[in-house]
Design a protein around this ligand. Structure first.
Ligand SMILES: N[C@@H](CCC(=O)N[C@@H](CS)C(=O)NCC(=O)O)C(=O)O
Length: 324
C-alpha cells in the first residue's frame, strides 16, 4: 500500500532525516529499456509548494516543452492542491476534484496502478503515462536532465542549453553538493528530531550559502554568463527560503534578503518568465505552513513576508549574460 507521510518513517535512531530513494527511475531515451520520447504521451504532476517539482516547471518552460501556466505542450502538466491531505496529493484544484486527463482524485492512485506493491510515499514530481495512467518516472534527481538532453528534438528554436556537454561534469558535481548542502539541507534541518542533527545541517546550509554568496560576486550565474541546470536547482530553494524555510524549518541565521548577491541573483532569475510565472508564493506559504511540515495546531496562515519585493530591480546587469 502507498504510504502517507505520517505512516512512513525516514528518521534514523540519531534523529536524522534520510530521504526515501526514488522508485521509478527508468530513463527517457531511445533504447529498448528506456521510456520513449514522444510528444503528448506524458503528464507531469506537480504541486506549487514542491521545490523538486518546481525545477521541472522551470526547465520545461525555458525549453518550450510546456507552457507551465496553461499546462499544455509536448509534456502536459497537472497540478495538485498545495496542502497535502491524509490521503495524499489531491486534484482538488480541478473541476469536480478530478484530474481532467488522468481521471483520478488522488496521486497515489497512479502510483498504485504502476505498482500495487509500492510502499513508499506518492510524491511529486511524478511523470505519468497518459494511456496507462501509471507513474513511469519520479526521479527528481535526473528528470530535469532528461528534458535538457534526450527531449532536445522538441525544444523551441533558440532554447538555451542548460546542460552543455563541456560543463556536464562540473554541473553534476555542483548539483550533488547543492542537493546535500542546500536543497535537502533545509529539510534535514527542518525534519531533524535531535538538536545535534538540526545544528549540523543548519551549519552545513549556511556555510554553503556563504560560499555561494562569494561565487555569485564573480559572475551572473553559477557558471559565469551561462544559465544552467544548477541555477534552476538553487533557485527553487531560494524562492522558498524567506517564506518557508526561515520560519517553518528554523533555517534562521540569515534570510535570503540578507545576502546581497544571492538575493539579487534570485530576483534576476525571478524576472525570467519561466522562473517568475512558476513561482507560486501563495502555494509555498500554504503548503509549508498549513501542511504537515511544521507545528501549527490552529492552522494560522502567517501574513508575511511581503513577496512583492521580488519585483524590485536587481543589480545583476553589471555582469554579462548569455541568456537573451
Ligand atoms: N521523490 C522524492 C522527492 C520529492 C518529494 O519529496 N516531494 C514531496 C513534496 S516537496 C512529496 O510529494 N511528498 C509527499 C509525501 O510526503 O507524502 C522523495 O521521495 O523524497
Amino acid at each position: 500500500m502507498v504510504a502517507t507521510s505520517e505512516s512512513f518513517s525516514e528518521i534514523t535512531p540519531e534523529g536524522a532525516f534520510v530521504r526515501q530513494a526514488n522508485r521509478f527511475v527508468t530513463p527517457f531515451g531511445s533504447g529498448p529499456d528506456e521510456l520513449p520520447v514522444e510528444a503528448g504521451k506524458y503528464r507531469l504532476i506537480v504541486s506549487g509548494v514542491c521545490p523538486w517539482a518546481h525545477r521541472q516547471l522551470i526547465v520545461l518552460g525555458i525549453l518550450g516543452l510546456a507552457d507551465p501556466v496553461s499546462g499544455t505542450g509536448v509534456i502536459s502538466i497537472g497540478k495538485v492542491r498545495p496542502v497535502r491531505t491524509p490521503k495524499g496529493w489531491e486534484f482538488s484544484l480541478d473541476p469536480g476534484g478530478v484530474d481532467p486527463v488522468l481521471g483520478i482524485r488522488y496521486l497515489p492512485e497512479a502510483y498504485e496502478k504502476a505498482d500495487p506493491a509500492y510502499t513508499g510515499r506518492a510524491t511529486v514530481p511524478a511523470v505519468v503515462d497518459i494511456n496507462s495512467g501509471k507513474v513511469v518516472n519520479n526521479d527528481y534527481h535526473r528528470l530535469s536532465n532528461y528534458w535538457e538532453t534526450v527531449w532536445a528534438p522538441y525544444h523551441k528554436p533558440g532554447a538555451p542549453d542548460l546542460y552543455p556537454e563541456d560543463l556536464r561534469r562540473e554541473i553534476d558535481v555542483l548539483n550533488e553538493l547543492l542537493f546535500h548542502e542546500v536543497n535537502n539541507a533545509v529539510y534535514k534541518a527542518g525534519f531533524a528530531e535531535s538538536q545535534k542533527e538540526y545544528e549540523k545541517n543548519y551549519d552545513l546550509l549556511f556555510n554553503r550559502l556563504d560560499a555561494l554568496e562569494q561565487r555569485l560576486g564573480k559572475g551572473r550565474y553559477l557558471f559565469g554568463d551561462r544559465l544552467t541546470d544548477s541555477d534552476v536547482r538553487l533557485y527553487a530553494t531560494l524562492a522558498r527560503f524567506d517564506t518557508a524555510y526561515n520560519l517553518v524549518f528554523r533555517c534562521n541565521r540569515s534570510r535570503l534578503i540578507d545576502f546581497p548577491n544571492l538575493w539579487n541573483y534570485a530576483r534576476d532569475l525571478y524576472h525570467i518568465p519561466a522562473f517568475g510565472d512558476t513561482t507560486d508564493f501563495d502555494a509555498i506559504k500554504r503548503g509549508y505552513h498549513l501542511g504537515s511540515h511544521g507545528y501549527n495546531p490552529y492552522r494560522i496562515l502567517s501574513l508575511g513576508p511581503d513577496t512583492s519585493i521580488w519585483n524590485e530591480k536587481h543589480d545583476r546587469d553589471r555582469f554579462a549574460s548569455a541568456v537573451s
